[in-house]
Write a protein that binds this ligand. Sequence first.
Ligand code: PD2
Ligand code: ZN
Length: 277
Amino acid sequence: MSQTITPELRRWIVEQAKAGFSPESVLQSMMTAGWTEAVAMAAMEETMESHVAQSLPPAAAVPQPDLREAQRQVDAGDRMVDVLISMRSPMLVVFGNLLSDQECDALIEAAQPRMARSLTVQTATGGEELNDNRTSRGMFFQRGENEVVARIEARIARLLQWPVENGEGLQILHYQPGAEYKPHYDYFDPQESGTARILQRGGQRVGTLVMYLNEPVRGGGTTFPDVGLEVLPKRGHAVFFAYDRPHAATRTLHGGAPVLEGDKWVATKWLREKEFH
Ligand code: PD2
Ligand code: ZN
């Protein structure tokens, strides 16, 4: 007898799970009803997977480096960039040698006179607000604002295979001892009322590149609590992560741990689905 997964069976499996029955007990019921173990397990897996996928927003294309050849370096046009770590879930890559020391210094120097307490995009209204979760100081460059910024943006576009036009202006952040950025998602929450307005400027954010411009003495790592990962700041290195849907299933919750000694400078490039204007 061939055993097919009917819509009724699917509904029944989902109901059992919702009612709190363990996978083992659902499996046992199916086997009592005459299903072979292997087919029952396959039916359950398939049903739960498609149930979860249906309740997620659709997946978008995301920026990403070309890692198909499993090389140790990626050609970013004017520079070969090292691949130090790559991870599938979250979709994350740690890069080495992305920026030269001179480029790090030039960004800090150009940013310094324009630093102010960091604001956070407020999805409730679509505006910006001061936020206790974020105690760094920061500023934004315009896209292509000066020669160094333009050069770095072109390199990032080549590295991540994503148009320069889809990038937000480069953000510079400075953390002093005690300053931190509590864990958050960089995408905009679709449930919030201000998000529609924010999305008019280029759609969702789909990727983040945090570039380290110096090294704090202690603390200041970029943390990914869902997977217990902490990336320690190293001058010229960067951590990139992508999120194909504005959902926690991407496991891209991340934060800037408190700086304990010394200070921390980073440059962040956020990438949108479409041209950012
Ligand atoms: O500075 C960091 O490590 C950090 C952590 C979390 C930066 C950002 N988020 C960001 O710029 O979005
Ligand atoms: Zn962030």
